[in-house]
Ligand binder design. Structure first.
Ligand code: NAP
Length: 247
């Protein structure tokens, strides 16, 4: 399975799962555009790591929650690279809290980044993919978007929204050879889950059938497969990468 000469845009690729996807897609031959919002230094480190390994990588700052910024981002990369073969909507945030005390700001911000950010990028990238009559879009959902989670109503709602968006986009774009799928990771060891106390992590791991928390590369392998030619007949699906949590 290779991604030779494909142009891949990965949002939120300065850290965690997005970084692993960028590194792995570059290993498979893609030139990758590493999007970040605030972590410029980390994005540069990812770029350096890829280039030192013989790959091609570019960095681009864009807040995906901003419609206009996404429009300019996509316009610039389309002008520079001529095509976009793969879009991974990975950027995401959490602002956890119990529903009855959750601020409106905490709800709106999470939906704005996770769900609207995904919409913004699909909105602009799909125009280019429609012209090409090809493309792969992969959206990062979450196991909690399927099963819900106490203390994460905003996050779970945003990720359930990503799943609905994925299926609708898959139906709209299928006639032009563009596939749209989602990945629903379980608990993956990144900064996002890093704040959890050790005993909480142990409790979570004990409830996962495979018995361990996932690593970013577990998700990267799934994303690379969905982006590959081998996944040409798969669209509108939610691939769980969760050690068996949701079954
Ligand atoms: P992470 O380590 O916290 O990294 C988040 C990434 O998103 C960073 O690169 C960050 O960039 C970027 N980002 C945040 N807001 C952004 C914005 N407005 N515009 C552009 N980029 C933005 O998170 P992660 O754990 O790797 O999670 C990646 C994705 O997987 C998210 O969608 C998350 O919801 C999903 N997920 C994670 C888990 C898990 O257990 N970790 C489970 C299920 C789903 P800057 O640092 O530059 O701001």
């Amino acid at each position: 399975m290779m991604l030779t000469d494909k142009t891949a845009v990965i949002t939120g690729a300065s850290r965690g799962i997005g970084k692993a996807i960028a590194v792995h897609m570059a290993e498979l031959g893609a030139q990758v555009i590493i999007n970040y919002n605030g972590s410029e230094e980390k994005a540069k480190e990812v770029q350096k790591e890829i280039i030192e390994a013989g790959g091609k990588a570019f960095i681009y700052q864009c807040d995906v929650s901003d419609f206009k910024q996404c429009e300019s981002f996509v316009k610039e990369i389309t002008a520079k690279f001529g095509r976009i073969d793969i879009l991974v909507n990975n950027a995401g945030i959490t602002k956890d809290g119990l529903l009855m005390s959750m601020s409106e700001e905490a709800f709106d911000k999470v939906v704005q980044v996770n769900l609207k950010g995904t919409f913004h990028m699909i909105r602009f990238v799909s125009r280019q993919m429609l012209k090409q009559k090809s493309g792969r879009i992969i959206n990062m959902a979450s196991v909690v978007g399927v099963s819900g989670n106490a203390g994460q109503a905003n996050y779970a709602a945003s990720k359930a929204g990503v799943i609905g968006l994925t299926k609708s986009a898959a139906k709209e774009l299928a006639p032009r050879g563009i596939t749209v799928n989602a990945i629903a990771p379980g608990y993956i060891s990144t900064d996002m889950t890093g704040q959890l106390k050790e005993e909480v992590k142990e409790k979570i791991a004990a409830e996962i059938p495979l018995g361990i928390l996932g690593e970013p590369m577990h998700v990267a392998y799934a994303a690379a497969f969905l982006a590959s030619d081998e996944a040409a007949y798969i669209t509108g699906q939610v691939l769980h990468v969760d050690g068996g949590m949701d079954m």
